[in-house]
Design a protein around this ligand. Structure first.
Ligand code: PEP
Ligand code: MG
Length: 575
């Protein structure tokens, strides 16, 4: 039966392919011995994970909407039944006791045994229940792990594979960058979560926040993923397939047409020159920036070097990474952001944060100033690499001017060290600050006294201005880049920087949204930094905009209120 699911579309057109569910085999499961005196506690931990999983399923079952497909209820009851079965509720406890192992390992052993039995079954209906067993155990694994599961990249089959996951962490997405999926869909995730940003950077059709996709979709089912409208169709009929194949072709033709402006300079109709930069996560993304003829790199999220490895990268490893980007860009500016870990980006070597609210905790520059050794090692690597190209530094999460001053002190001390060691670096290296906390936006002129340039991080600025967690799909409808408060803040920051003559750019997702290009141009922004996949779409907007002509609309927009004027003015701006 065909089924349509709605979520948040991340763009990238339409994909048609077969579902590949992230399954238990993709989960890295820890194995350790439990001391005899701790066995009872481990059994209790397992019991309570099963209990939580059961409660979650019962809650889901109780909240099934009236118009939901009848299968949904049947699936959930089956899952509750499996969870209650002694193979999952009792036998893993016995394994813990007998083998003196941790609960995860006991569950893994039990699952392997169950799956081996399923493989023997000839009857198709029963064999299909294998997926259900995997899904139920995954729920227990997840509860045991306290949510985030580490995953390995599963190899896609030779057909078009669509990755179906409950959730993907930024670290998982880094692994998936090398895989060959044609689309991604997940149950959770906000529109500017790092998962969404990475999915967008792959320019694959992706839909997030589908809620129950992981439990409704079976391995290998045919899916249509419409990343533009945020729709996933499971087991589409022939007519729907034909329609979406036509849309896919249209998309491909449009993408090909965009290539015509690849080498054109981004200049508005009335002759204003605009600079378009690329955002990268890893050195290998530089190719895409070059292919799309960007002015330079406006944001290298250096913390991704720290996410993909088991250990902290050494100074030498960092130096090589920064140097390779600087050299590839051959003198074009490369803005490297200092480590922005914390929040949702937790490296493997760092303990899971127990901060009550990580987004407001020790993150970005706060973490770097608290961990001076980590910071100085990075500054050394960055300075050394600055001898090989036009590197500029960018500091994330500023909220106090004192943080810039402290950063400058560290920088000067590291420079002095390098001078003493006769190691070359760029003496004039520029230091910029990210404006992504409302406090820094309101008082940007104070920060500008100590900075060479600024870059607006709208992903966080919107999150903190509107008090909407960018990763939480439950409030994603409130995450609004054109909320009047956001527009006014942006206007204040951009006009202040323009007035005092300090370069200002924007590197949040807003900068790469072609529907917002005219708004930002009208607010006075001249430097945009975005995922390379967005460069041509934004350039297309720049080329078709007459800045003088839209200025009256911008004046109106700055006065408009959220309900009445604003949406109409936005529509006129796009016309
Ligand atoms: C931002 O907050 O807009 C930004 C560019 O930084 P990140 O998305 O990495 O937090
Ligand atoms: Mg940010």
């Amino acid at each position: 039966m065909s089924l349509t699911l709605h979520g948040i579309g991340i763009g990238g057109g339409v994909a048609i392919g077969h579902a590949h569910l992230i399954s238990h085999t993709d989960i890295e499961i820890a194995h350790y011995t439990v001391r005899p005196e701790d066995i009872a506690g481990e059994v209790t931990r397992y019991d309570s994970a099963v209990k939580t999983a059961r409660q979650e399923l019962e809650m889901l079952w109780g909240s099934i909407p009236d118009n939901a497909p009848t299968e949904l209820g049947a699936f959930l009851s089956l899952h509750i039944m499996l969870l209650n079965d002694h193979t999952l509720s009792v036998e893993p406890r016995e394994i813990i006791e007998k083998r003196k192992c941790n609960a995860e390992w006991a569950l893994k052993l039990q699952l392997d045994a169950l799956l081996a039995q399923f493989d023997e079954i000839e009857e198709e209906y029963l064999r299909e229940r294998r997926t259900d067993v995997i899904q139920v155990t995954e729920r227990i694994f997840k509860t045991l792990a306290g949510h985030d599961m580490a995953m390995h990249t599963p190899a896609p089959t030779d057909r078009d594979s669509i990755l179906v996951a409950h959730d993907l962490s930024p670290a998982d997405m880094v692994l998936f960058k090398d895989s060959e999926y044609t689309a991604f869909i997940t149950d959770v995730g906000g529109p500017t979560s790092h998962t969404a940003i990475l999915a967008r950077s792959l320019d694959l059709p992706s839909v997030l926040a589908l809620r129950h996709a992981r439990s409704l979709i079976h391995e290998d089912e045919l899916l249509i993923v419409d990343g533009v409208n945020g729709v996933v169709i499971v087991n589409p009929d022939e007519r729907t397939l034909t329609e979406y194949r036509a849309r896919q072709d249209e998309w491909t033709v449009r993408q090909a047409k965009l290539q015509d402006i690849r080498t054109s300079l981004p200049v508005t109709q009335d002759g204003i020159e605009i600079e378009l930069f690329g955002n990268i996560e890893l050195p290998e993304d530089t190719d895409q920036v070059l292919e799309n003829h960007a002015t330079g790199i406006g944001l290298f999220r250096s913390e991704f070097l720290f996410l993909s490895e088991d250990d902290l990268p050494t100074e030498e490893e960092q130096y090589q990474a920064y140097r390779s980007v600087a050299e590839q860009m051959a003198g074009q500016p490369v803005i490297i952001r200092t480590i922005d870990l914390g929040k949702d980006k937790i490296p493997k070597w760092q303990e899971e944060s127990d901060a009550p609210n990580p987004a407001m905790g020790l993150t970005g520059i706060r973490l770097c100033l608290a961990e001076a050794q980590l910071f100085r090692t990075q500054l050394r690597a960055l300075l050394r690499a600055s001898a090989h190209g036009k590197i500029k530094l960018l500091v994330p999460m500023l909220s106090h001017v004192g943080e810039v001053k402290q950063t400058r002190r560290h920088l000067e001390e590291v420079k002095a060290q390098l001078r003493a060691e006769n190691i070359p670096f760029d003496e004039q290296i520029e230091l910029g600050g990210m404006i992504e906390v409302p406090a820094a936006a309101f008082t940007v002129e104070h920060f500008l006294h100590h900075l060479d340039f600024a870059s607006i991080g709208t992903n966080d600025l919107i999150q903190y201005t509107l008090a909407v967690d960018r990763n939480d799909d439950a409030v994603s409808h409130l995450y609004d880049p054109v909320h009047p408060a956001v527009i006014r803040l942006l206007h204040h920051v951009i006009s202040t920087c323009n007035r005092v003559g300090k370069p200002i750019s924007m590197c949040g997702e807003m900068a790469g949204d072609p529907a917002l290009t005219r708004l930002l141009l009208g607010l006075g922004l001249r430097r945009f930094s975005m995922l390379p996949a967005r460069l041509l779409k934004v350039k297309e907007q720049v080329l078709s905009t007459d800045l003088a002509a839209i200025q009256p609309l911008i004046t109106q927009l700055l006065e408009a209120d959220e309900i009445d004027g604003l949406r109409q003015v936005m529509e006129q701006l796009q016309a």
